[in-house]
Design a protein. Structure first.
Length: 255
């Protein structure tokens, strides 16, 4: 008796079948979870691309942003933590912090570096020290905070002309006025910046004097500028006024 040959079963990739059982591609249902890394909400992150080569005579304007759960950096205890980081960074060879401004969720720095590697090592040292001190400070008296402090890589922009140098100095030192942090304050300079270490204020033009730091105030640790642009070049466009409100546009502003 001749056996009936059994038809071989065909195996299909089930994930490629739609409800009708055909091979037509499925439509993604509304609200389905997207494939891949989720898109970051809000501000765009700094792109992970190779940084350009650095010219030692060109200082840099560096911006660092912290995570939202850190809260405002403009608190005495966090100022102390970041001051410790400037002290640690001052010992680094090849990179110097000339000025610094601490705002609520970000930090501005004017730095000088011998090369790209020195900048990378110096900024890494500053970020590590700052993160350790901030985590220790925020965790005092309760469970210690762990994990990263900074939201992204640092953003840097080379300062290549005297005009840009003057703009960068005004932008960093008077950044608190841009964000309205000076309201109700009687200070001439931002106490959360290195403004008290700057001698190029318009009120001091032509005068020989030294700052009188209030008792109990501990300034941030910064270097005297060694590049010509931050030392002398910026003066071509005039001294900086205490009440000058910086803008994002590269324009000379009244003192």
């Amino acid at each position: 008796m001749e056996r009936r040959r059994r038809e071989r079963k065909r195996h299909l990739q089930q994930e490629l079948l739609n409800k009708a059982g055909t091979g037509a591609a499925r439509r993604r249902r509304k609200g389905a979870r997207p494939v891949g890394r989720p898109r970051t909400q809000g501000r765009r992150n700094v792109e992970h691309v190779g940084r350009p080569e650095l010219v030692a005579r060109h200082p840099l304007h560096v911006t660092l942003r912290v995570k939202a759960d850190i809260g405002s950096l403009r608190k005495a205890k966090l100022y102390k933590a970041l001051r410790h980081a400037t002290y640690v960074t001052a010992a680094f060879q090849g990179m110097r912090i000339v000025h610094i401004s601490i705002q609520r969720e970000h930090i501005h720095l004017l730095v000088e570096a011998e090369n790209k590697q020195a900048l990378s090592r110096g900024m890494q040292g500053f970020k590590i020290s700052a993160a350790k001190q901030i985590n220790r400070t925020l965790g005092a008296g309760r469970r210690r905070r762990r994990g990263s402090v900074f939201a992204d890589r640092y953003h840097s922009e080379a300062i290549t002309t005297p005009r840009r140098a003057r703009h960068a100095l005004a932008y960093v030192l008077n950044n608190w006025r841009k964000h309205g942090e000076d309201r109700g304050r009687a200070y001439n300079t931002d106490p959360y910046s290195s403004g008290c270490s700057f001698t190029g204020w318009k009120a001091f033009d032509g005068k020989q004097l030294m700052w009188q730091v209030p008792d109990g105030y501990h300034p941030l640790i910064v270097w005297l500028p060694q590049t010509w642009l931050l030392r002398e070049g910026w003066k071509r466009y005039g001294p900086i006024g205490f009440r000058e409100v910086p803008s994002s546009a590269l324009v000379r502003e009244p003192g």
